[in-house]
Ligand binder design. Structure first.
Ligand code: GUN
Length: 296
């Protein structure tokens, strides 16, 4: 079997067109323009690329954006003061603090300072809690994007054995919570594997849907680790070199070339999960504008 390639760029573009129509309607019917602020502390090159992509997406979609790129030695109190002022700013509906933050800043303290109604990342304990009880306002963007990729690719999750590799707060944990919901596009039986999992291969080999979000070793999931007909979602990005023109060479956790021969469907890296993350951020920002203005 050679896998169907799940084209994240195409699906993300379809959703962006749908979202644009909603943005135009908000402006014409309510004179409301959704606004997102991004905050980046430090000069991590990968984070800079992600933040630039988020700002660019806002510009192309008609979402107002403000960008704060702060020096690496910014103090926690200074960051908290900025968030406090943005919580009160009525032009801003979504606040995104790019993580990881420098070591001297407590990430949880910062994420908890964001007003939950402006927490378009869905990382605040209130929003994580709402997800756990099945009444989410915002789903974290990457796992949300993966769920939508599965739905729009007509991949059945109900009753499926989903194996997630990675237990991060950004991806693995909320992904499990989303796919185990009693809801359409979910209802899966979920296993979360991590660095202390014994016999990883025994889990990956029985997965109907394998979601790779380990992020520590390029291409480590090989064809012998999966069953025939598996659906593979690769959510990791590794920069493994540069082209002669200086462009980053990127791959995921999955050895795409060997695994695609056994899988039913597979996301490429790049061009799979990445574009969906940013698209769901745009979707959450529009939802925030509506929630804050009591339009939903
Ligand atoms: N770092 C990596 N992914 C994300 C994300 O989705 N949101 C934020 N805030 N930081 C990230």
């Amino acid at each position: 079997m050679t896998a169907r390639i799940i084209n994240g760029i195409e699906i993300a573009n379809q959703i962006r067109e749908e979202l644009k129509a909603g943005i135009i309607a908000l402006k014409s019917e309510h004179n409301l323009i959704p606004g997102l602020v991004t905050i980046l502390v430090g000069v991590d090159p990968a984070s800079q690329v992600y933040v630039s992509s988020k700002v660019k997406a806002c510009q192309t979609m008609g979402i107002y954006s403000e960008r704060y790129d702060l020096p690496a030695d910014t103090g926690e109190q200074e960051l908290l003061a900025l968030i406090k002022s943005l919580n009160k700013n009525s032009n801003i509906h979504g606040i995104l603090v790019q993580v990881p933050l420098p070591k001297h800043i407590n990430e949880n303290t910062v994420l908890m300072a964001i007003d939950p109604i402006k927490d378009v990342d869905g990382f605040h304990p209130i929003n994580i809690g709402k997800l756990m009880i099945g009444e989410p306002d915002y789903l974290p963007c990457t796992p949300y994007g993966i769920q939508i990729l599965l739905i729009r690719s007509h991949i059945e999750t109900e009753g499926a054995d989903v194996v997630i590799i990675g237990r991060s707060n950004i991806l693995g944990k909320p992904m499990a919570a989303i796919l185990m919901q009693k809801a359409a596009g979910a209802n899966a039986t979920v296993t979360v594997c991590h660095t202390k999992t014994r016999d990883l291969i025994s889990h990956t080999r029985r997965a109907d849907i394998l979601i790779a979000a380990a992020g520590n070793k390029p291409k480590f999931i090989t064809a012998d680790m999966v069953k025939e007909g598996v659906v593979i979602i690769d959510a990791s990005t590794h920069r493994i070199g540069q082209t002669s023109e200086g462009k980053a060479i990127i791959c995921g956790d999955v050895d795409f070339d060997s695994v695609k021969e056994k899988a039913k469907a597979i996301t490429p890296v790049p061009g799979g999960v990445g574009p969906m993350t940013i698209t769901m951020l745009m979707s959450n920002t529009i939802k925030a504008a509506k929630l804050i203005n009591k339009l939903v």
